[in-house]
Write a protein that binds this ligand. Structure first.
Ligand SMILES: [Fe+2]
Ligand SMILES: [Fe+2]
Length: 282
C-alpha cells in the first residue's frame, strides 16, 4: 500500500499561508510515501516567488516530484521564457519532472506546458509528440504489475463537449495512456478537485485532479488529495481545512475554459505570432 499526497497550484505570491502550514503539518505527522506537486508553484514566475516555493518544498521531508505549470514560465521576460524557461527553478531542479519509483507504484511525468503556441492563449496545455514519447517510453520500461500514475499540470481533456480543447494533443495522449493501462492521470490547473473516469479510443482511464493551496480558489476551499494506492485500486480523499466532505469538494466536470480567474491588475497572456517550439524535455 502506498500513500501519496497530491497537491497543486500553490501560486506563491498569492499563496494561502494557513493552508500551506496545515499541509506541512499533515506531512510531518502522517509521513506519506511521497508528495506529488502538479504545477503552478508561483503566480508570475518571479524570482522571489520561486525562492519562497523552493524553500517550502525543500522543507518537506519526504520524496517530492514537481511538474511545471503555465504560471511557472517567465512571464515578463520573453528572452528568458524562450531560452531559459526553468532557470528560476534551479533550487529544486532535481525534483522537477522526475520519475519516482515506489514499491509497486511508478509516478511518471508528462509535460503539458509550452513556451509558445499557435494560439492566443498560451496558458492552455499542449502535449507535444516529443513529450508524449518520453512519457510512454518511461511507462514501457516499468515491470509488469506496476501501478502507473502519470503526473501533469493540465487536465488532458475537459469533460464537456462544448468549447475548444483544453489541452492540445490531450485526447490522443489520454488514449495512449489508457492503452498502457495507466491507473490514473493526476493533474492540477483548474483549482478544484475531481475524480473522473473518461472513455478514450483505447478504453477508460481515470483522471484525478487536485485543488489549490493558494488564495486563488474557484468553487471549493483550499485542499489536497490524500491517495491510497493498493494494487490497481486508488482511494481518493479530498482534505481541506473547512472539513467539507470529499464528494462535495469534487467537481463533476472540468470546465471547457479551465483558466482560473485573473487577480486584479494581473496582465493578460502575452499575444504574439511566433512559431511553435517543441521545448526540450527536462
Ligand atoms: Fe493555477
Ligand atoms: Fe495552470
Amino acid at each position: 500500500m502506498t500513500r501519496l499526497f497530491h497537491i497543486s497550484d500553490l501560486h506563491f505570491g498569492l499563496e494561502d499561508r494557513a493552508a500551506l502550514a496545515w499541509f506541512e503539518d499533515c506531512v510531518r505527522r502522517e509521513r506519506p510515501d511521497a508528495v506529488l506537486i502538479t504545477g503552478d508553484l508561483t503566480m508570475r514566475a518571479r524570482s522571489r516567488e520561486f525562492a519562497a516555493a523552493c524553500d517550502w518544498i525543500g522543507a518537506l521531508d519526504v520524496p517530492v516530484t514537481v511538474e511545471v505549470g503555465n504560471h511557472d514560465l517567465p512571464y515578463f521576460n520573453p528572452f528568458e521564457r524562450f531560452f531559459f524557461p526553468y532557470r528560476r527553478i534551479r533550487g529544486i531542479e532535481r525534483l522537477v519532472e522526475r520519475e519516482l519509483d515506489l514499491a509497486d507504484v511508478a509516478v511518471v511525468p508528462l509535460k503539458t506546458t509550452a513556451r509558445a503556441q499557435w494560439r492566443l492563449d498560451w496558458s492552455k496545455g499542449w502535449v507535444t509528440a516529443r513529450a508524449l514519447e518520453k512519457t510512454l517510453g518511461a511507462i514501457d520500461t516499468q515491470p509488469p504489475g506496476t501501478t502507473i500514475l502519470v503526473t501533469a499540470h493540465h487536465p488532458l481533456v475537459e469533460a464537456g463537449t462544448k468549447g475548444r480543447a483544453l489541452t492540445r494533443g490531450g485526447e490522443r495522449a489520454l488514449a495512449e495512456l489508457a492503452r498502457r493501462g495507466v491507473a490514473a492521470v493526476l493533474t492540477g490547473h483548474v483549482h478544484d478537485a475531481f475524480d473522473l473516469r473518461k472513455d478514450t479510443a483505447a478504453g477508460p482511464v481515470r483522471m484525478i485532479g487536485a485543488g489549490t493551496l493558494s488564495q486563488r480558489i474557484r468553487s471549493t476551499p483550499p485542499s489536497f488529495n490524500d491517495l491510497i494506492v493498493d494494487g490497481a485500486g486508488i482511494d481518493v480523499r479530498v482534505r481541506n481545512l473547512d472539513h467539507v466532505p470529499t464528494p462535495a469538494m469534487q467537481i463533476t466536470d472540468i470546465p471547457a475554459d479551465a483558466q482560473p480567474p485573473r487577480a486584479p491588475g494581473e496582465p493578460v497572456a502575452p499575444v504574439a505570432a511566433v512559431p511553435p517550439v517543441d521545448p526540450p524535455v527536462h
